[in-house]
Design a protein around this ligand. Structure first.
Ligand SMILES: C[S@@+](CC[C@H](N)C(=O)[O-])C[C@H]1O[C@@H](n2cnc3c(N)ncnc32)[C@H](O)[C@@H]1O
Length: 208
């Protein structure tokens, strides 16, 4: 995400999708968030209004891009509790092992430089029995659609400022230390075909 895409993110990149159902999908994806919660790649803070109003005792939002996190800080009143904003990438989380009950991430693993490393970090900072809640656009299960995503991926990465439209993120989560509990594929409202398939689900870190 470059400075320009950060500036147009809310209104021009996400506005129509948010209104056409993405805001509601965010609420569904985050409905089980509770206790001490860490959000990775929180961007401009579009999730803050989507968290449940009760049950969250701490909310830490990490975001590596200052142009995104300045908007996140301005939106912190939308959150159910005070927001702690921390500049960090998901591959290197500056937190102790087992320090959160829940980790959330929406539309982040498409941009992360290493999704497996990010997932290893998510598992490290989760307490045993803790949940990772995710909403990610992913590689299509349809062979022809996936090939189309592969063809467009280099151009899309350039115009979007770093988004990879063809990642098989569910397979990556399944290969991580987490156990997938729920995974549903729907559609990203009002989005280009190459980023249409939308994965919403949860995974758990096994209790020891
Ligand atoms: C498409 S935006 C999504 C923002 C927000 N999560 C949302 O749902 O609207 C992708 C976000 O991931 C962030 N990002 C990119 N690489 C990252 C990384 N390695 N670790 C954490 N966040 C990253 C970007 O700065 C950007 O804010």
């Amino acid at each position: 995400m470059n400075r320009f895409t950060a500036l147009i993110y809310d209104r021009f990149l996400m506005g129509a999708s948010q209104q056409a159902g993405l805001a509601e999908k965010r609420c569904n994806a985050l409905a089980a968030a509770s206790g001490e919660v860490l959000e990775i790649g929180a961007g401009t803070g579009l999730n803050l209004a989507a968290y449940p109003r009760a049950g969250i005792t701490r909310l830490v939002c990490t975001e590596p891009n200052a142009a995104m996190s300045s908007q996140l800080e301005a939106r912190s009143a939308d959150a159910p509790v005070a927001v702690e904003v921390v500049a960090a990438s998901a591959e290197r989380l500056p937190f102790e092992d087992a320090s959160f009950d829940c980790v959330t991430g929406t539309l982040v693993l498409c941009e992360a430089s290493s999704p497996p490393a990010a997932l290893a970090e998510i598992a490290r900072v989760l307490r045993p029995g803790g949940h990772y809640l995710f909403l990610e656009h992913v590689r299509s299960a349809d062979h022809d659609q996936a090939q189309m995503q592969d063809r467009w991926a280099p151009i899309w990465r350039r115009v979007s400022g770093g988004c990879n439209c063809n990642r098989d993120t569910l397979a990556t989560i399944e290969s991580s230390p987490l156990t997938v509990e729920k995974a549903e594929i729907g559609r990203f409202p009002k989005a280009p075909k190459i980023v249409k398939p939308l994965l919403i689900g949860s995974a758990v870190l096994a209790a020891v």
